[in-house]
Ligand binder design. Structure first.
Ligand SMILES: C[S@@+](CC[C@H](N)C(=O)[O-])C[C@H]1O[C@@H](n2cnc3c(N)ncnc32)[C@H](O)[C@@H]1O
Length: 260
């Protein structure tokens, strides 16, 4: 869910450096994810795939796909869909392709493309849904990233975003501080050997809009009917918006939150 080559705690969003960061931790990325979420990350991605509502035969895109877990969750949910994963780290894509090739036959049609979410090699209105998990936090222009996702999503298709966020309640804030400030950096250092990478998550989460703010960014990028819900003491949020064509107009801030 994170990476970093900059000094510990510094927020690094220069595309070349972010790509190098993720490539450096790719090999142990899945293991650290499983450990630091106690396996819950798989469930969160399944929920994100369900929110995308992929229907038989549709094309679906997962951006910042990393090692392919959400792309694979989409394919598992809709085996007749054509799922495309996009990422700019070749090391991450290499792992995604290997994981995908090792699956049982008949468990979906998934392919991968190297590219930048800020300028994707797809025509307008190509996909029925676009998803992103723990990706937009690393992009220098979050609004531009959502505008690009909206561009390649067909009218009324869904854009789904799973992301770490800051909780509201006191208990949530305590869990968050313990998880991000202590558990994640230590686990990351021990398992991946990259202390800087796993000091980046707390920094990039602090430096990122909260759940309401992220919803407003999605609406400002042209997505309609933006709503979200939270998981695990509010430390993870799942946002959903719809590409223009719904009754709400592009750019209107019609975000509604749901804390769970
Ligand atoms: C924290 S990982 C998330 C991976 C995956 N979505 C998951 O759920 O585990 C972030 C991924 O975003 C990719 N990424 C970051 N900025 C990107 C950009 N501008 N364009 C494409 N991929 C990007 C990184 O290479 C990395 O694989």
């Amino acid at each position: 869910m994170t990476a970093g080559r900059a000094a510990p705690g510094a927020v690094e969003r220069d595309p070349g450096r972010v790509e190098a960061m993720f490539s450096a931790i790719a090999r142990r990325y899945d293991l650290v994810n499983r450990l630091m979420t106690m396996g819950l990350d798989r469930r969160w991605r399944r929920l994100a795939a369900a929110e995308a509502h992929p229907q038989p035969g549709e094309r679906v895109l997962d951006v910042c796909c990393g090692t392919g877990d959400l792309a694979l969750a989409l394919a598992q949910r809709c085996p007749s869909c054509a799922v495309v994963g996009l990422d700019f780290s070749e090391a991450m894509l290499d792992l995604a392709r290997r994981k995908t090739a090792a699956r049982a036959p008949g468990t979906g049609n998934v392919s991968y493309v190297r590219g930048d979410v800020l300028g994707m090699p797809f025509a307008d209105d190509t996909f029925a849904a676009v998803t992103v998990a723990f990706g937009v936090r690393n992009v220098p222009d979050v609004r531009a990233a959502f505008a690009e996702m909206a561009r390649v999503t067909r009218r009324e298709g869904r854009v789904v975003c799973l992301e770490a966020t800051r909780p509201r309640g006191r208990l949530g804030r305590r869990v968050h501080a313990l998880w991000l400030g202590t558990i994640v950096p230590r686990l990351g250092r021990v398992v991946s050997g990259n202390a800087a990478a796993y000091s980046y998550l707390p920094a990039s989460t602090r430096d990122f809009p909260d759940a309401d703010g992220l919803g407003a960014v999605m609406a400002a990028a042209g997505l309609c009917r933006v709503r979200y819900r939270r998981f695990v003491f509010g430390i993870v949020a799942l946002h959903v918006g719809e590409a223009a064509g719904s009754e709400a107009s592009a750019g209107r801030d019609d975000t509604e939150g749901q804390a769970r």
